[in-house]
Ligand binder design. Structure first.
Ligand SMILES: *[C@@H]1O[C@H](CO)[C@@H](O)[C@H](O)[C@H]1NC(C)=O
Ligand SMILES: *[C@@H]1O[C@H](CO)[C@@H](O)[C@H](O)[C@H]1NC(C)=O
Length: 352
């Protein structure tokens, strides 16, 4: 037994001293899709190795259907790299002087199809050596979406979900609460590292902002979620409110249309009154309008703006402002801003 061990050791030592050898260790490399993989293959020569230098890189794709492929070759001082269409333009020797003992290559823009065992073979007769590197390409998690599956109401059951669009397994998940005390609700703790949190009997304290981080060996991604746990009635109330609001708006618009229509018909009978008052009449000077707007504001509601009570104003409208009106106006508590005054007055006159 001891003798055998001794023999193996001696062989090992003998191997190193026998000439050509590859010094880079065997290894496996893991990279993200799109990145560059550096596959090292450094070698040393011996004086006895006096043949021509030949370097060959082979790929055994992980897909067993495919046979070993030559991907790049150095022979007779020339580089040949147009063998394997899948790697076209993506394999290069990293050292421009391969003769110096560096046959390492870079594989750029890694694809999932690049997964496999790469073999570096160096020949300089009588020396030969080769070495294998296992390359794994992983996809970083990305396009992760956080969402609530179910309705976020007090007392309800629903799920919080965290779903990356892509990402190589194994994936690790971690939920965190970002708002308030940043403490995850206690019943959720068991599922903090799972892609789905099952919420039972929701309470309003669960409301807040949460994040989910998805990670694998080559990268991570994150999404956020805003949770609002509200009483069921609130939700119904909001919807009902929106509907009622819309209906009220429609009724209001209808009422305005109806009024305008009616007033227009009444205009026929009051042509003489309105003959000199049209929309194209220039706005009165600010002082005048100040006085007028005060009067107008007493009749701002549609109901009181009947032709009979507007008639009096219309007749005296722009001709002259009674001086008492002007004196009185500044004390008025109901004065509107200048812009509004003009608008109002124009409406008050032309709508009639
Ligand atoms: C090979 O790839 C590595 C990254 O993996 C990079 O640092 C290095 O510069 C690349 N070498 C060449 C010659 O492209
Ligand atoms: C749900 O939670 C409330 C307190 O938030 C509790 O009173 C009630 O018993 C719970 N219901 C169930 C079915 O667990």
């Amino acid at each position: 037994m001891a003798l055998l061990l001794c023999f193996v050791l001696l062989c090992g030592v003998a191997d190193v001293t026998r000439g050509l050898s590859i010094t880079s260790p065997d290894q496996s490399i893991e990279k993200a899709k799109g990145e560059t993989a550096y596959l090292p293959c450094k070698f040393t020569l011996d004086t006895v190795d006096d043949g021509p230098l030949d370097i060959e890189w082979l790929l055994s794709p992980s897909d067993n259907q495919k046979v070993d492929q030559v991907i790049i070759l150095y022979s007779g001082d020339k580089i040949y790299d147009n063998y394997y269409p899948d790697l076209k333009g993506r394999v290069h020797f990293t050292n421009s002087d391969v003769q110096s003992g560096d046959a390492s290559i870079n594989v750029t823009n890694l694809q999932l199809s690049d997964i496999g065992t790469y073999q570096c073979k160096v020949k300089k007769a009588p020396g030969v050596a080769n070495k294998k590197i296992l390359l794994t390409v992983l996809v970083k998690p990305s396009g992760t979406r956080c969402f609530v599956d179910g309705s976020e109401e007090i007392g309800n059951d629903f799920k919080l979900k965290c779903e990356p669009k892509e990402g190589s397994l194994p994936l690790r998940y971690e939920w965190q609460k970002l708002s308030d005390s940043q403490k995850m609700p206690t019943p959720w703790l068991a599922e903090m590292t799972s892609p789905v949190i099952s919420v039972k009997n929701a309470s309003s304290e669960y409301s807040g902002t949460y994040s989910c981080t998805v990670q694998n060996r080559v990268g991570s991604d994150q999404c956020m979620l805003r949770l609002d746990v509200v009483p069921p009635s609130n939700r119904a109330g909001t919807i009902a409110g929106a509907i009622i609001g819309t209906l009220l708006a429609l009724v209001f618009i209808g009422a305005i249309l109806f009024c305008c229509h009616r007033k227009r018909r009444e205009e026929k009978y009051e042509k003489e009154v309105h003959h000199d008052i049209r929309e194209d009449v220039p706005p009165p000077k600010s002082r005048t309008s100040t006085a007028r707007s005060y009067i107008g504001s007493n009749h701002s509601s549609l109901g009181s703006m009947s032709p009979s009570n507007m008639e009096g104003y219309s007749k005296t409208q722009y001709n002259q402002v009674p001086s008492e009106d002007f004196e009185r106006a500044p004390q008025s508590p109901t004065l509107a801003p200048a812009k509004f005054k003009y608008t109002y007055q124009t409406d008050g006159i032309t709508v009639v």
